[in-house]
Design a binder for this molecule. Structure first.
Ligand code: G1P
Length: 276
């Protein structure tokens, strides 16, 4: 069982300046709920109880969000507005929230490695990148689809989707053999390749299940693309041993790390969820 979910959340979100000058990008809302809360909800529904966040400077609002706000509670007590906090309260009551700083921005692989103190190195864990907002169209959320697959394959899993070839340089890209419909045994993976060098157009999105041997591999991973420690490079070492599965998830993903994706998600949620 996957009980812990790691949220790397140290990045500055410079694409959203000035909004992210004092507010973490993970706290930007889609309608009334901050991005990270959608991720925590997904992890909780998938069976996780420990929500472990790797933070950076200026990210205090994330901690405050999942802590009691006596002023707000006092203000809305007994009013219909209490309902607006119901989902958040539910997560606060049922999950444990832990935090550790990344200290230096050395890439996603480094951020995940810093999370070792929170998730331990004796059990598999999930990773959610909160700016990849995923919704399920068929009842089971993306992380839950992946935890079910973990039961079968017992190895690291990355969620993938096909992207246009001219967009592959924004993603980690995989190649592998399809072993059941939508499930690939990964043979190679490369971080943000140029289209001419990409093995396929199958792009990794921000959902991972990682086995704990990833930490030792990350310790030995040299800076890669962009001079940063890349999780894709550490996963490639697992893939060489046949221990990485790529899964074409069912659902819809919004790239809320980009303004286009963020607006698209906002419109989608407004049209499909709020008005219902
Ligand atoms: C990270 C990963 C990349 C992955 C992407 C998904 O990149 O390094 O492999 O495809 O997340 O969103 P980032 O978007 O943080 O640059």
């Amino acid at each position: 069982m996957i009980k812990k979910c790691l949220f790397p959340a140290a990045g500055y979100g410079t694409r959203f300046l000035p909004a992210t000058k004092a507010i973490p990008k993970e706290m930007l809302p889609i309608l009334t709920k901050p991005l990270i809360e959608y991720g925590v909800e997904e992890a909780y529904e998938a069976g996780c109880e420990v929500m472990a966040t790797v933070t950076g400077r200026g990210k205090e609002a994330i901690e405050k969000h999942f802590d009691t706000s006596y002023e707000v509670e006092d203000q809305i007590k007994g009013s219909s507005k209490e309902e607006l906090l119901a989902d958040t309260r539910n997560l606060m009551q049922n999950c444990t929230f832990t935090y550790t700083p990344q200290k230096e921005m050395m890439g996603l692989g480094d951020a995940i490695n810093k999370g070792k103190v929170l998730v331990g190195d004796s059990e598999p864990f999930a990773v959610i990148l909160a700016d990849d907002l995923c919704i399920n169209l068929e009842g089971v959320n993306v992380l839950k689809q992946m935890t079910a697959l973990y039961e079968k394959y017992q190895c690291s899993i990355v969620a993938i989707m096909e992207v246009p070839m001219d967009k592959v340089n924004k993603y980690g890209v995989i190649a592998g053999e399809e072993i059941e419909e939508g499930v690939y045994r990964v043979s190679s993976m490369v971080e943000k390749p140029e289209p001419s060098e990409a093995p396929t157009n199958m792009a990794i999105i921000g959902r991972y299940i990682l086995t704990p041997d990833i930490f030792e591999l990350l310790d030995n991973t040299k800076p890669g693309k962009g001079g940063e420690i890349q999780i894709t490079d550490a996963l490639l070492e697992q893939a060489k041993q046949g221990k990485v599965i790529a899964y074409k998830f069912k659902g819809k993903r919004f790239d809320c790390g980009s303004i286009d994706g963020y607006v698209e998600a906002t419109n989608y949620f407004y049209e499909n969820l709020l008005k219902k």
